[in-house]
Design a protein around this ligand. Structure first.
Ligand SMILES: [Zn+2]
Ligand SMILES: [Zn+2]
Length: 226
């Protein structure tokens, strides 16, 4: 197994499915090399800015298969549509913020070690529902993952940690909460991502060991808002 396929191996929620999802977002789509391997850097397809490749050779080899998807990707990206999808994902995140912030405390087991919030993040892999009736049901949660910050996009690690740091400072200055933790909502079929710092809920009063993942799936997928 390649090194890249084992990122986050030690986390409790990694599964074969997560490895596949992570691969799609972080590795060369032709040879599956990853930038965590020495000497590998990836660039995006200049047509759609979605697919990743490690070399012109891989890009060329992948083109016959990618051609059609590239066109679909580009169609999805007319800026107005892209902005609208991000707006919807942000609205969905806001609706479910209480459930997400409860889940992340358990997912990262912050009760045992609150400093983990500075190293790891919760990733929610979503798919878009065809025609949502309500914002809170606009996306479906299909898998969760706990990985190091920067585990999906190493080139954005510094930016993400800065975002987290700012939120942490604001929260600790103005509230009694212990700080912030990062949650990434990634809609895999529409290539839209919302990285959002969430306030760490009071660590007292949370019972560790509850099946947080099932609960989160139910809340998000049934559109239950706290
Ligand atoms: Zn490659
Ligand atoms: Zn493309």
């Amino acid at each position: 197994m390649s090194k890249a396929a084992t990122i986050g191996e030690s986390t409790q929620t990694s599964s074969a499915e997560n490895v596949v999802l992570r691969r799609a977002m972080t590795q060369c789509q032709q040879c599956f090399k990853s930038p965590v391997q020495p000497g590998v850097s990836l660039f995006r397809c200049s047509g759609c800015s979605v697919e990743l490749y490690c070399s012109r050779a891989c890009q060329k080899k992948a083109w016959p298969d990618h051609k059609e998807k590239c066109m679909i990707n580009r169609k999805h990206q007319s800026s107005k549509e892209g902005a609208e999808r991000l707006r919807l994902l942000r609205a969905f995140t806001t609706k479910h913020r209480p459930s997400i912030s409860e889940a992340v405390v358990r997912a990262l087991d912050l009760c045992a070690d609150v400093s983990r919030a500075q190293r790891d993040m919760l990733v929610l892999y979503l798919t878009a529902r065809p025609a949502p009736v309500r914002t809170e049901k606009a996306f479906q949660l299909i898998a969760t993952d706990v990985i190091p910050i920067g585990g999906l996009w190493p080139e954005r690690e510094a930016e993400m940690k800065m975002m987290l740091g700012k939120a942490h400072d604001t929260i600790t200055q103005h509230t009694s909460a212990p700080g912030a933790v990062l949650v990434t909502l990634a809609c895999i079929d529409q290539h839209v991502v919302n990285i959002c710092p969430v306030c760490i809920q009071s660590l007292e009063g949370l019972t560790p060991g509850l099946p947080w993942e099932e609960k989160l799936m139910r809340m998000l997928n049934e559109g239950i808002v706290l």
